[in-house]
Design a protein around this ligand. Structure first.
Ligand SMILES: [Zn+2]
Ligand SMILES: [Zn+2]
Length: 363
């Protein structure tokens, strides 16, 4: 049996190939990919900003059906042939200090670095390590979650951004009733943060964006935001003060991509004793106008957010399955496997037509 797969051979170089589907043993499985979410980091990987070993199959947000599974894997994971599953990106080693301490999402034990789908080269057996493909190999270290089979794949695959929303906007800053949450950036992660903060019972949710984000800001309101701020049209610091009775926000979630200004601004928006979560990567740039004294005098807690936990993924899947929130409104584009490049350019806004919010490949 063969599987089509998109192979990245270098920066901005993708090619469609046919690869053999591996035999699986007692501890592994084979996933028939139904959908793979397109992540902001896929664009960085495509551009060569995010270093990956070439040649590699991109795609780390897989949803699919178990097409073959070994006995021990089925027992260990609690899934069987034909089950629909969401697959976590990380392949934690299970033995390093981080894994043993319960922070497997920052495990560096696998191969001396991060180990996860889409970051293992094609040359490593059995090859199908990414979800831009018809089939993906499921390593014994995989973490999978069952998902109801009757939901559209495009909706079910939202477990990824929504899982990040639950971890970054709720779990890490311990958001709950009484909290005002300010979300900087209305992309898929920002909108997911709105949904998660709402589900956690936050009192008030505010989202900032640019003028060109007008549609996304409207969607933020549909998904549960109380107020939105166009930072190009309004004085955002003053507006946040007004909306929070002069205090500032209890929780600030920074999920904008590339821009460093929101990182410096986050400290101005935060209330005394507030929590600031930094989750948007900036290509390792320095942040100008970063006033650390604001952290000191307001006793702000700054939290770095990188991965997602199983608990947050489960919250996301339950919320999607509940049908209570119109999360499918976040999904804007589907692409065929061979259009992976167009999918990435549409996410970046460099392709003609509307930029995507959430999109996925449907192989
Ligand atoms: Zn991702
Ligand atoms: Zn580990």
């Amino acid at each position: 049996m063969k599987s089509r797969a998109i192979v990245q051979t270098g920066p901005k170089q993708l090619e469609l190939r046919e690869l053999p589907v591996p035999e699986i043993d007692a501890d592994s499985a084979l996933l028939r990919v139904e959908a793979c979410g397109i992540c902001g980091s896929d664009a960085e990987q495509y551009d060569g900003i995010l270093p990956v070993p070439y040649p590699v199959i991109p795609g780390h947000e897989p949803l699919g059906v178990i097409a073959a599974i070994g006995d021990r894997a089925a027992r260990r994971w609690g899934v069987d042939l034909g089950d629909r599953v969401a697959v976590e990106v990380m392949l934690p080693c299970g033995h390093c200090l981080e894994c043993r301490g319960g922070r497997y999402q920052i495990c560096r034990g696998g191969d001396g670095g991060l180990s996860g789908y889409a970051y293992i080269p094609l040359t490593r057996e059995p090859g199908l390590w990414g979800a831009y493909a018809d089939y993906m190999y499921l390593d014994p270290r995989s973490i999978v979650h069952k998902v109801r089979a009757d939901l559209p794949a495009q909706t079910a695959v939202l477990f990824n951004p929504l899982g990040a929303g639950f971890r970054w906007a709720v779990e890490l800053p311990r958001t709950g009733p009484g909290d005002t949450v300010l979300i900087l950036g209305p992309g898929q992660r920002g909108l997911a943060s709105v949904v998660a903060a709402r589900a956690a019972g936050a009192d008030s949710i505010i989202v900032t964006g640019l003028s060109r984000d007008a549609d996304k800001l409207r969607l933020a309101v549909e998904l549960g935001a109380d107020h939105v701020i166009d930072v190009e049209q309004e004085n955002a610091r003053r507006r946040v003060k007004e909306l929070t009775g002069g205090r500032g926000a209890d929780v600030v979630v920074e999920v904008s991509s590339y821009a460093t200004e929101p990182v410096a601004e986050a400290l101005h928006y935060a209330a005394p004793g507030g929590r600031v979560v930094l989750a948007g990567v900036k290509g390792f740039k320095q942040v100008p106008d970063f006033v650390s004294d604001l952290i000191v005098v307001k006793e702000i807690t700054v939290i770095g957010a990188f991965g997602v936990t199983s608990r947050a993924y489960r919250s996301a899947i339950r919320l999607i399955e509940s049908g209570k929130v119109p999360v499918e409104r976040m999904h804007t584009h589907d692409f065929a496997l061979e259009d992976a490049e167009l999918a990435i350019q549409t996410l970046k806004g460099t392709a003609p037509g509307e930029a995507s919010i959430h999109s996925c490949l449907i192989p």
